[in-house]
Design a protein around this ligand. Structure first.
Ligand code: DX5
Ligand code: ZN
Length: 217
């Protein structure tokens, strides 16, 4: 059964309370929170202040996806906003000192994730994979919700699954972008553990039922 992590990016920001309540009552496992700075990605979303509100609104795991430059600079602020149950993912493309940054995240008591863009080969994770808890595999170019799944990602999931299993590691593979009810099963079959879903959940007539359907895969 996959871990389901709805992305709040597609929620109704004028009524976040209702969307948080819906997620709390649903079978969703995590809250996926997309942080964008308008520099690493061509869009701006929200920062630590809103994360602290989300944290108070749920007891579920908060899964922070930092699409920002110099993410390590803000790790402590996010930790303070997010309390104890937190995955913090940074982009490999934004971290020239990735190994150090992973240690910084872990020293703050958070689970460390590394996100990779569609053009970044899985092999670039080879020398840090044993140090992390999660790989956020981007299946769209980061920056916006509601984009189309990039099919080539399936091959990358299989490669990553083999890398993790060959080393006997316990690293979660998260798929982020363009996940639908139609392609979610294929992603899980290829080796994905965590399904992020924004548009699929929030544009559906019955988000809770959609989450339940994703859980069943
Ligand atoms: C994209 C974000 C995703 C996005 C997913 O940059 O990282 O988490 O919100 O949204 P959908 O599922 O609509 O592609
Ligand atoms: Zn994301």
């Amino acid at each position: 059964m996959p871990i389901v992590a709805p992305s709040l990016l597609s929620a109704n920001f004028l009524d976040l309370d209702a969307d948080c309540k819906m997620l709390n009552e649903s079978q969703a496992d995590w809250f996926h929170l997309d942080i964008m700075d308008g520099r690493f990605v061509p869009n701006i979303s929200f920062g630590p202040m809103l994360v602290s509100f989300f944290r108070k609104a749920t007891t579920k795991v908060c899964d922070l996806h930092l699409m920002i430059e110099e993410p390590a600079k803000y790790a402590e602020q996010f930790k303070n906003a997010g309390a104890d149950i937190l995955f913090l993912s940074v982009h490999i493309e934004a971290c020239p000192h990735l190994h150090r940054n992973i240690q910084q995240i872990k020293a703050l008591g958070m689970k460390a994730g590394v996100a990779i863009n569609p053009h970044t080969p899985v092999e670039s994770l080879q020398d840090v994979i044993a140090d992390i808890d999660l790989v956020c595999m981007m299946s769209v170019n980061p920056g916006f919700g509601g984009q189309k799944f990039i099919h080539h990602t399936l091959k990358k999931i299989k490669t990553l699954r083999n890398m993790i299993d060959e080393k006997g590691l316990n690293v979660l593979i998260e798929i982020d972008g363009g996940v639908t009810l139609e392609n979610a099963g294929t992603n899980v079959a290829a080796g994905a553990d965590v399904l992020v879903a924004g548009n699929t959940v929030y544009s559906s007539k019955d988000p809770k039922a959609t989450i339940a359907q994703l859980k069943k895969l």
